[in-house]
Design a binder for this molecule. Structure first.
Ligand SMILES: NC(=O)c1ccc[n+]([C@@H]2O[C@H](COP(=O)([O-])OP(=O)(O)OC[C@H]3O[C@@H](n4cnc5c(N)ncnc54)[C@H](OP(=O)(O)O)[C@@H]3O)[C@@H](O)[C@H]2O)c1
Length: 287
């Protein structure tokens, strides 16, 4: 790939997306950053400008297909996109309390269709140029059905499989696809989880690992290694054994430590949804 001059990142107002934006910020780099919270997005953009980058922000919901089409094609028209990070995502963070129907729908909408709406506008443009890289944010949760987060795990499995398939398809056109599958990283998303999270990683370290994998054009960027190995091993266990093991996680962790340690009282709202403070639900007519 030629020198990287323009990177687009969704979900840049917080956590991993913000960390990636700051790490790429330097003179000569253009960053197109999106999120829904204008204040937080503005602060990340200011930091990146101070580091010398040119930054354009957009407050946009990744589930808005038409708006994403317009935004991404216009950003590419201003300067061809070299790397697109489909990073925006949500989790219910409810652990053993499960996910309601509404939460499951939102999670699949944002985490799967949001990725589709992010990468598809740019695929024909990158194909035409015969270069470019798409980075899809999956998770180690996307390797098995997790009893504590079924919709989240399903959404991450879907984007992983989708990305891995696309990688083979787009390779012949010179477009590289990388899928990031990571364990727990210290961000606002995990700060809300009312259960113990093993092998928690620092944001800066995780961003460095992701960037290294992306620079090398790796198809699967999975870490931390020990957890990845355990996850793949668990997924290859006989079904009955896998079920026993999975049913102890994260329910077991939460039951043993998390619920008491975090004072989570199992509260649910009027719709019967588990309440986790800060769960970034999309405003609906009812709520
Ligand atoms: N942290 C982890 O341990 C971990 C592990 C594996 C995978 N991941 C994945 O990594 C990605 C980033 O997670 P994070 O930990 O950085 O979470 P985070 O701190 O909660 O940040 C999530 C970002 O996604 C944006 N977002 C959420 N819904 C959106 C929507 N509908 N439209 C547009 N933007 C939306 C948020 O924007 P606003 O806040 O402005 O709404 C925010 O910028 C997610 O896909 C997550 O599933 C995280």
């Amino acid at each position: 790939m030629t020198a990287v001059r323009h990177i687009l990142i969704t979900g840049a107002s917080s956590g991993i997306g913000a960390g990636l934006a700051r790490s790429y910020a330097q003179a000569g780099m253009t960053l197109s950053l999106s999120g829904r919270n204008a204040d937080r997005l503005g602060k990340v953009a200011d930091d990146c400008r101070q580091l010398g980058a040119e930054v354009v922000t957009e407050v946009i919901d990744v589930t808005d297909r038409d708006a994403m089409d317009i935004w991404i094609t216009s950003r590419d028209a201003s300067l061809p996109l070299d790397i697109v990070y489909a990073n925006a995502g949500i989790s219910a963070g409810t652990g053993r309390l499960g996910e309601s129907r509404k939460q499951a729908e939102q999670i699949l909408d944002v985490n799967f269709l949001g990725v589709v709406h992010t990468i598809h506008p740019v695929i024909p443009l990158m194909r035409k140029r015969g270069q470019g890289q798409l980075v899809i944010m999956s998770s180690l949760a996307g390797f098995t059905g997790l009893p504590g987060a079924p919709a989240y795990a399903a959404s991450k499995a879907a984007v992983r499989i989708y990305g891995e398939g696309l990688r083979g398809h787009l390779k012949r056109y010179g477009v590289c696809v990388s899928v990031v599958s990571t364990g727990f990283i210290r961000t606002p998303m995990t700060a809300r989880n009312p259960y113990h999270m093993p092998m928690m990683q620092d944001l800066d370290r995780a961003v460095a690992i992701i960037r290294r994998g992306v620079d090398k054009g790796k198809g699967r960027i999975a870490f931390p290694s020990f957890m990845y190995f355990g996850t793949v091993l668990s997924a290859s266990l006989p079904w009955w054994l896998q079920q026993r093991w999975l049913n102890a996680l994260p329910t077991g962790y939460q039951g043993w430590f998390g619920r008491k340690a975090n004072g989570h009282n199992g509260a649910r709202n009027a719709d019967g949804e588990p309440i986790v403070e800060g769960f970034p639900v999309k405003p609906t007519k009812e709520s």
